[in-house]
Design a protein around this ligand. Sequence first.
Ligand SMILES: C[S@@+](CC[C@H](N)C(=O)[O-])C[C@H]1O[C@@H](n2cnc3c(N)ncnc32)[C@H](O)[C@@H]1O
Length: 631
Amino acid sequence: MVQDFSDAKFDGMPKSAISTGIVDYILPAKDIGEALYKYVQHPLVANDTGDDKEKKQQTDYMKILSIVRTNTGEDFSYYKPKTIIRRIERRISVNQFEQLNDYLKYLVHSKKESEILSKEFLIGVTQFFRDKEAFELIEKNVIPTLFENASEKKEIRIWSAGCSTGEEAYSIAILCKEYMDKNDINYDVKIFATDLDYDAIKYAGIASYPESIVSDISTNRLQKYFTKHNDFYHIRDELRKMVIFSRHNIVSDPPFSKLDAIICRNLLIYLKNELQAKIFGLFQYSLLENGILFLGISESLGEASSAFEPISSKHKIYQYKPGNNPPALSGLIEIRKNKNIKIQPGFINPTNTTATRDISVGSIYEKAINHFAPSGVIIDSQNNIVHYFKDIKQYLDFPDGKPTNNFIELVDKQLSMVLSNLIYKVKKEKKTNTLSKFKFISNDTIKLLNIKAFIINISKYKQEYVVVTIEEDSIKPIPEKDDEDATTFDFDLQAAERIKELERELQHREENLRTTVEELETSNEELQATNEELVSSNEELQSTNEELQSVNEELYTVNSQYQEKIKDLTTLNNDVNNLLANTNIGTLFLDSNLTVRKFTPEIKKVVNVMEIDIGRPFSHLTLKCDYNRLV
Ligand SMILES: C[S@@+](CC[C@H](N)C(=O)[O-])C[C@H]1O[C@@H](n2cnc3c(N)ncnc32)[C@H](O)[C@@H]1O
C-alpha cells in the first residue's frame, strides 16, 4: 500500500515504491487505514490455512492456473502449489472477493488480472552479490578457473537463468571485468541473462538502480562500475555490454548451449521436484565439460548429483563431470512438447483421474514409438520443433547465440538445405516426400540416410504439423573414391528450383506489401493528424505548466516576505512587552467585548489575573480591592 504521491507532501518515497511495479493499492493517506483494516479482516488473510483446507481448495486453484494459462500462455502447474496458493489468496484478498468462485468468475473475464496474477507467481527478490560468502568463493576459485579453461578460445559464455532485475548478472560481470583488468587480458565474456518476467528484463536492460544498492556493493566497485545520476546508480557501458538480456522460459524454451557456467539461483525452489530434475538434465546439455553450476543456498541437485563434482556443497557450486552422458533428450522435452499448441479455453483439472490415465497411456505410447520409430521430429508451420523422437540429437547442432527451437537452424549444416526443400515441398504439395540414401558424413563414416516428411492434421489444433523422420540405411567408412550407391544430391538443380519458387512467392508478397503500404500510408496520415493535435495540446499544457510554475515562484517570494514580516512583528511585540513590564504601571488591555487581551505584571496587585485568563471576559475576574462597580 502506497500513499498517492499527488497527496503527499514529499513525493520521492511513494514514487519510488510505485515504480517497483509491485504495489497493490495507491491511495490518499486518509483511506489507507480503512483499506489496511479491510485487507487484514479478509477471511483468507485472517484465517489459518490448514492442510485439509489446502487439499480441498487445490482443485479450484488448478482451475485458476488453467485460466491464467489460457489468458497469458504461461503454465504454472509445475510450480509448487503452496507458493501458488499463497499468491492467489493474496490477490483474492487484495481484490476484496469473499469467495474463491467470485474471483474465478472475475479472472475468466479479466486478462489484466491474469497478467497480474502470473506476475505475482514470479517472485523477483534479488540483490547484487546475494550471499556474499558464495560470491567471494566464486571470485577466488571459480572465475580464475573459468578464464584458465578459456585461454585458447578467449571466449566465456555464462547463463544467468532467472536473473530477475539483473543484479546477479551484473555481479558476475563485475567479477569477470575485475579479473581481466587485474591480469591485463581481454576475453569475449558473454553473460546471457534471462527471465520469464518481461518487466524485470526491461528494468535490467535499463541498468539503473536505486541508492539502496550501496549496502550490497563496496564503495570501490560503486565508483568503478557505476555513474550516479539523480539518486540512481547507472551501470557503466563497459559492463552493460557484457550482459545480453532476453525473456526466456526455462521450462519451455530451448536452453543455451556450449556454456562455461550456469547460474540458476533461487528459481528452482519454486518448481516441483520432477521439473527440477528435467531442468538439471537440460543443464547437462548446455554445459561444456568442467562447466560450473551455481545454485541458490537452499537448492540441491537431487538425482543429478552423480553428474556433478561439488566445488563447495555449502555454497552450492558444482562442476560438470567430464565424460558424463546427459539423459535422453526426448524425456527432457516432454514438458515442452505442447508449447506451440494453442491451449483450448476451459478448465483442465490435472488431478482428474481420467486425465491421469491418459497421461500414463500417453507415456506408454511414447515409449513404444521411441522403440519402433526412426529418429525424427514433429515441427509446426514455422518449423519449430514441438516433439523429438528417439536419437535425433546426432543430427542436431545447437548453434551459438540466442536459443532457437527452429528445426532448420538446429539441424546439421549438411542436412539443412535438403530438409528445408523437402519440408517446403511437403507443405506445398500436401503429400509425403522422401529422399533415399542421402550421404551424411559423421566422424570417419558415411551414413546413407533415408529421409521422409509427411503432414499430420489434427483439426482441434488449427494448424498443420510436419513429421520428419531420418533413418540410417547403412554406415560405411569414408571410401577412397566416390560411392556409387549414394544419392548425389544435385544442389544446383534443387537450388534453382527453389529460387524460382521463392521468386514467385516474392512477387506475390510484393503485391501484398504494396497494398499494405498504401493502407499504412492512409492510417499514417490519420496518425499524423492526431499526433499534431496531441502536440498542440501538449504545448498548451506546457504553457499552463509554465504559468503555474511562475505563480508558484511568486507564492514562494510572497511567503518569504511574510516570514520577514512575522519576524519583525515578533521582535516588536517582544519590545512592547518588555517596555510595558518595565513601566511598573498596572495596565489591563481589553478588546471591544471587554475580554482580556494583555496585561502588565503590576496589575496583578489589583486584579486576580493569570496568563490562562487571556480571552476571558473581564467580568469573570475578581478584584483584590473593594471596588464593585468597576465593570
Ligand atoms: C527469486 S528470483 C531469483 C533472482 C536471482 N537469481 C537471485 O537469486 O537473486 C526468481 C526469478 O525466477 C524467475 N522465474 C520464475 N519462473 C521462471 C521460468 N519458468 N523461467 C525463467 N525465469 C523464471 C522469476 O521471474 C524471478 O525473477
